[in-house]
Design a binder for this molecule. Sequence first.
Ligand SMILES: Cc1cc2nc3c(=O)[nH]c(=O)nc-3n(C[C@H](O)[C@H](O)[C@H](O)COP(=O)(O)OP(=O)(O)OC[C@H]3O[C@@H](n4cnc5c(N)ncnc54)[C@H](O)[C@@H]3O)c2cc1C
Length: 330
Amino acid sequence: MQRVQAVGVIGAGIAGLACAERLLRAGISVTVFEKSRGIGGRVATRRTDTGTTFDHGAQYFTVREAEFREQVQAWVAAGVAAAWQGRVVSLEHGAVTQLDDQPPRYVGVPTMNAIAKSLAAGVDVRTNVTVRALWDVHGRWQLEDSADARHGLYDVIVSTAPPPQSLALIGGLSRTLGQTLARVAMRPCWAVLLEMQESLPAAFDGAFVADSPLSWIARNSSKPGRQPTECWVLHASPEWSQAHLEEPAEGVAAMLAREFWRVTGMPSQVAKQLTAHRWRYALPQEPLAERYLFDRERNLAACGDWCGGSRVEGAFMSGWSLAEACLTGA
Ligand SMILES: Cc1cc2nc3c(=O)[nH]c(=O)nc-3n(C[C@H](O)[C@H](O)[C@H](O)COP(=O)(O)OP(=O)(O)OC[C@H]3O[C@@H](n4cnc5c(N)ncnc54)[C@H](O)[C@@H]3O)c2cc1C
């Protein structure tokens, strides 16, 4: 492969931004295309009508690998991330159990997507652009968006869209990528945003919930830099989310809110805000062993949290490793 000079990245989640930021630092021209209005992907923040913000996707991140540790230290030094000292427990049939050996947990500040904004500084990110097709123009790539506009030329295209969407975009252009992408299943998650009228007497700030339609509940307002208003994020289990995937959001929100009062045993309140958000592709069922996928004959690549390791750290490492591969040709 000739020296890479221009790269087009599909998706401004953590994988796409980590990849773009690393390439930009090495002097490569990079453009990131994001279909949503904002950046961050599943590292997401929702602002409600009352002005309250909720982290309704990723709740926090942990650190294992050296490269990610360096990045997290830089975010903390820049004030865009901080340790979350929330009391995280396990909750089963109303019984609260303290957890041993808990890893340090970090969050974006003042909202989760602050880390995405920090990675994107200086990167050419074009939001509200849905990539619909790729065109081979004499061995280089052009992207076509849903408004029929064309972008590029690029030497390499990196897709960080979840596997079913990456498959639709690049699967027909690279048989090896197509076959691998088709193997990755993603699991859904219904998330509920619950703002209270009054503070709650909970003895914890986050809980892994067992034996319930809920799998996780967290007091969003216990995270650093958030508004003091008592608000909680509830996540349904993958199984429950799958079973109720196509149901209207209002009904899902009501069912999961009732379950919240049941599992916590706290006296219920009429919520100030109650909304549900469906993540159709929330978490990979089983991430691939490969850190990224790269078809060097076609100059097409794919990465994300479903490659190498899941979650925010996995997404970062996947994007970062793919950038290194573009730079070194390794
Ligand atoms: C409910 C929930 C809870 C979670 N909790 C945690 C947690 O507590 N800790 C943790 O570490 N991780 C958690 N995660 C996982 C974490 O959020 C993800 O692993 C990580 O954010 C994935 O990043 P990514 O860049 O791989 O993908 P994404 O964030 O999905 O980014 C892909 C981007 O591509 C864009 N896109 C897709 N198709 C197109 C197109 N055609 N054109 C342009 N753009 C396109 C999408 O809009 C999106 O922004 C959670 C996820 C969810 C949903």
